[in-house]
Design a protein around this ligand. Structure first.
Ligand code: ZN
Length: 410
């Protein structure tokens, strides 16, 4: 026998799940007619009408006048997310910069600021303070600063999702640093804060809003000093138990290779990262972005040494990627960071290596492309991460503000 309480509980669970399905559709597509929502969610017209009413009442959605959407029958009212009511703060600690953005429900970017990483001040306390200051700048420019519903933080390093404990960030010299603790304190906001590795977030952004939209099996490889990876499997980010997965840069590829920043040697990033290219082009490996740009400029003019350096990097990229493709059978490989500009010069050796090493059935399916969101992909992914609690249970945001605060601190 099912008791009345249990029935009530079940119908409440269904209501919350349906609200979530609608808000996810509105967030990813923008304006949709009620008929679109019926088609996409499989809910009845009357259910959609009731749930839209709740979302409009709670100011998560706006309903406009009816439009003829090209289908027979009555015109269907147009529903869009209300971007001003639910805004997230996206933050990023990148390899040589800090960034902050405010993004509304539906994906509209209100503001985006990027500054160079403060020189000589890279302690976790300094970085948290600088990032909070940047966050304050974009937040103060919002029409209503208390519309922030969540914070997402992209970190160039190995970071625990729930509390922002950074176990390793070699370019900052961090090991086991409680970034989350310092940043929460510096921000002083009473909303959920979630952390993730920047390549994981670049993959999420490309999946939701970029070149991999509609593709459910993706491998993103982000090349800079190190090499990061973001994996999406069956439409869901592959995070591992704590968020440490996707560290493709540390796949062992060369038993006789150079020592790696992680403490091992011969890792993929020692053959594919920016210093490997500089070394092959006959430049000091620690040359930095300017030296790397110079090698790219040489390749553009057809300089044989620069072209050979890129070709060899492409070969090593293909060797590692072949292993990843054989494990995951992705539809799309997305190259980001420095690999985007490298692509014309690494393409042929990379593809040749994939032809040689990837299982035929997988090889026929996979395509290698470059990012469409560019440098800001991790930051936009941080915004998507910050929206997740709201998208998962929008009903919680339809409650009065004081109940929300209790929820955030629970
Ligand atoms: Zn390593």
């Amino acid at each position: 026998m099912i008791g009345r309480d249990e029935l009530g509980h079940r119908s409440e669970t269904v209501r919350r799940a349906n609200l979530s399905a609608i808000v996810r559709e509105l967030h990813s597509s923008g304006a949709l007619t009620r008929s679109d929502l019926v088609t996409r969610t499989g809910l009845t017209r009357s259910a959609i009408r009731g749930l839209i009413g709740e979302l409009v009442g709670g100011r998560l959605a706006i309903e406009g006048p009816a439009t003829l959407d090209g289908t027979p029958g009555r015109p269907s009212p147009l529903v869009r997310p209300d971007p001003d009511r639910a805004v997230v703060l996206a933050l990023e600690i990148a390899v040589d910069s800090l960034a902050a953005a405010t993004v509304g429900l539906g994906g509209e970017v209100f503001d985006l600021v990027r500054v160079d990483l403060p020189r000589g001040r890279s302690s976790v306390v300094d970085i948290a303070a600088a990032l909070a200051e940047l966050a304050g700048t974009v937040r103060d420019r919002l029409a209503s600063p208390d519309s922030i519903v969540g914070v997402g933080v992209a970190v160039v390093g190995v970071v625990r999702r729930d509390d922002g404990m950074v176990s390793m960030a070699p370019n900052l010299g961090w090991r086991d640093e409680p970034l989350g603790e310092h940043l929460s304190e510096a921000l002083g906001l009473d909303v959920p804060i979630t952390f993730a590795n920047e390549s994981d977030l670049a993959a999420l952004a490309e999946h939701r809003r970029g070149v991999a939209r509609g593709v459910d099996d993706i491998v993103l490889v982000w090349g800079s000093v190190g090499v990061g990876g973001g994996l999406i499997v069956d439409g869901e980010p592959l995070t591992g138990v704590a968020g440490y997965s996707g560290e493709v840069g540390h796949i062992p590829v060369n038993p006789d290779g150079l020592s790696c920043r992680c403490g091992s040697f011969g890792c993929w990033e020692t053959e594919v990262g920016t210093s490997a290219l500089l070394r092959r082009a006959g430049r000091p490996p620690e040359g930095g972005p300017e030296a790397w740009d110079a090698v790219l400029a040489d390749a553009e003019t057809g300089d044989p040494a620069a072209l050979a350096a890129f070709a060899e990097t492409g070969r090593w990229l293909g060797i590692g990627l072949a292993g990843i493709i054989n494990i995951l059978n992705p539809e799309l490989v997305v190259l980001g960071g420095r690999l985007t500009a490298s692509h014309p010069y690494i393409r042929s050796t990379l593809e040749a290596e994939l032809d040689r090493r990837v299982l035929r059935a997988s090889r026929r399916i996979v395509h290698v492309v470059t990012t469409s969101l560019g440098t800001d992909a991790p930051l936009l992914g941080a915004a998507e991460l910050a929206f997740e609690p709201l998208l998962a249970d929008p009903a919680a945001w339809l409650r009065p503000r004081h109940a929300l605060a209790a929820l955030a601190s629970a």
